[in-house]
Ligand binder design. Structure first.
Ligand SMILES: [Zn+2]
Ligand SMILES: [Zn+2]
Length: 304
């Protein structure tokens, strides 16, 4: 039976989630072993592959699928996405989706679990995910997923995918791959999506006049597989595509689109109201162009 009401935390448990913090600090510490192991193109490739898979688990799995239903998939691939995201040390898929839905419901207002406007950069980046106060959220807003026992198990034993990644790298590929493919890749995959919560509401441009501080940031988009188009995302949270214009690189969407072509995912949701406006997107000032589109009725401007 899954929990639907959050228990009252004690003073100590509010300060920090010791289990989460211990694992996160431990994996960060393992990165210091990098000078002690040999580095080759092979282990760098293992690290890059590990980073891409774990980050995709967060961007496509935790975010676009579990939090926003941006596409549909099978129960098996749903678990694969949950496992990959869980490996990146941002807790289980139910915890993440529940927290993120509250982020959209209360964006930059009291109730938002990670607003940099309310709690500052470090709270939005790290504090919220390690806080003991957020460790046991009310999962009532993710009932459609909490009915799956395998997802509840991932949430309960959230460190197993991380530990398995480390064990596979060490036992199958050796200690250099353990450091690069596990410790460094997992640390980077942990931080990269968290920068969207922090910098994604602090640095960048705003195409849409949403009721929050979300920004579009091309550098973040490149590093976090398309998640940096965060203002676009707050405008249309259910869209599987975050890069609305052709030059807005969105690797997560390209992967989702590719998976849809081979039947792994389906019912991929498109941005609303942009089909005709998209063709006119050019490098002229974006806000000006969107307002032109709004005047013609081809683009809707407003809060999500
Ligand atoms: Zn946001
Ligand atoms: Zn979102």
């Amino acid at each position: 039976m899954h929990r639907t009401t959050a228990p009252t935390p004690t003073l100590g448990s509010r300060l920090v989630n010791l289990g989460s913090t211990g694992i996160v600090l431990g994996v960060h510490g393992l990165c210091l072993l990098a000078p002690l192991v040999s580095c080759s193109w092979r282990v760098v490739a293992v690290g890059a592959g590990s980073y891409l898979l774990q980050t995709f688990g967060i961007t496509a799995g935790y975010h676009r699928y579990f939090a926003h239903h941006a596409f549909k998939t099978s129960r098996v691939f749903q678990f694969v996405l949950g496992w990959l995201g869980c490996a990146a040390m941002q807790n289980g898929p139910l915890w993440w989706a529940s927290s993120h839905r509250r982020h959209h419901r209360f964006s930059d207002r009291p109730g938002d679990p990670h607003s940099p406007l309310l709690g500052g950069f470090w709270h939005a980046h790290l504090g919220w995910v390690l806080s003991g106060e957020n460790d046991r959220p009310d999962l009532a807003n993710v009932r459609e997923f909490s009915r799956f026992p395998e997802l509840r198990l991932l949430d309960r034993f959230k460190w197993i995918p991380t530990l398995v990644t480390g064990a596979v790298c060490a036992l199958a590929l050796g200690w250099p791959a353990f450091v690069w493919g596990f410790a460094i890749a997992t640390t980077l995959a942990f931080h990269a999506p968290l920068f969207v919560n922090s910098l994604g509401h602090m640095r960048g441009s705003r195409r849409f006049e949403t009721s929050d501080s979300s920004r579009n940031n091309a550098i973040l988009a490149a590093l976090v597989l398309g998640e940096g188009w965060h203002n676009n995302h707050h405008y249309d949270p259910s869209s599987a595509r975050h890069g609305f214009a052709w030059w807005e690189i969105d690797v997560t969407y390209y992967a989702i689109w590719s998976l849809s072509k081979i039947g792994v995912v389906w019912d991929v949701r498109k941005p609303r109201g942009l089909s005709s406006a998209r063709r006119r997107f050019s490098r002229q000032p974006v806000v000006e162009r969107i307002h032109e589109g709004a005047a013609r009725g081809t683009v809707r401007i407003g809060a999500d």
